[in-house]
Design a protein around this ligand. Sequence first.
Ligand code: ADP
Length: 308
Amino acid sequence: MNALEINNLYKVYGNGNVALQDVSLLVPEGSFFALLGPNGAGKSTLINILADTVNASSGSVSLLGHDLFHERAWCKRRMGVVPQEIAFDPFFSPREVLKFSRGMYGQKADDAWVDELLERLELTQHAHKITRQLSGGMRRRLLVAQALVHRPKLVILDEPTAGVDVELRKRLWDFMRELNAAGTTILLTTHYLEEAEELCDQVAIIDQGKLITSRPMKELIREVASSSLCLRYAEPLQLSDEDKSILSAFSPRVYDNQLCLTLNKQDSRSDFDTVYQAAKQRFGTPVDVSIRQEDLEDVFLRLTGDSS
Ligand code: ADP
C-alpha cells in the first residue's frame, strides 16, 4: 500500500509560471521520505497542493487509496501538514491551539496526547502564554505539534528545522523517528541534505518542476554516488573555458587550491589514471591527491546543477 500516489501532476500559476510538470511519485506507507530540490524546484507547490492551499492544474493524488481531491475531509483527518508559514491566532495559548485543532478534525479531547506533544516539543513551560509572546522557534515547534495532534497517518513537513538550533533539531528528529517506527509515514523537504541522508529511507529529487529521480536512499547513494579524485596544488586554480571543456566528462570543481574530478563508474574513460593524467597535463603535478566518496549533497549538486 502507498501512503501517497501522485499521478501526472501539473501546476501552472495564474501568471504562467509552470511549477510542476507531469510529476508522478509513490510514497510507500511507513516510509521516511525526503523530497529534495533546489530553490524554485516546486517542492512547496507540491506540498501546498497536498495541504489544499494551492489547486493543482491537472493530475490526481490518492492518500491511502482515497482520492485527495474528491475525498478531502477523509484525507485531511489522516494527514498532518507542517507548513513553512506560521499563522496562529495571536491570543490563543499553545494548549488552546492544540485542543482547538483536535476539535477541528472532529476528534474528541485527548489531554494526555496534548500534554505529551507539548512535552516532546519543549513547549510545556510556555503552554499558557499567548502565541504572540512565543519566539519564532517555539511557534515553529507549535506548528509541528499542531500537525500531529490528530495522530495523522501521513505527516508532511516543509523545511521544519529552518532556524531551529542543532540540539533541538536532533530531538525533533528523534521524535519523528519514533512516530515513523510506530507506522506513521513521514514526507519532508529540507535543505539539510545530511539530515535527509541520515533520516530518510526514500528520496525523490525534483528540479524545475520535473521529477529527476525517486528511489530508496541507499540505492541512490550506491548507484549514483561515485568517487571524486581531488588534486591539491600549491597555488589557487582557475579553470579556463578550454580546461572546462577538456575536463567536462569529469565534472571539474575548483575549491581554491583544489581540483576535484568525478570518477564515473559507468564510464571506463574516467578511471583514476585517465583523470589523473588529464589533470596533470593541464596543471602539473599536484602536491597532494585524495579520493572522496560522494555523499547526498554531491549527488544532489551534480543531478540538479545547483551551485547555490
Ligand atoms: P520550492 O519550494 O522548491 O522552492 P516553489 O514551489 O516555491 O519551489 O516554486 C516553484 C515555481 O513556482 C517557482 O518558479 C516559483 O517562482 C513559482 N511560484 C511559486 N508560487 C507562486 C505563485 N503563488 N504564483 C506564481 N508563481 C509561483
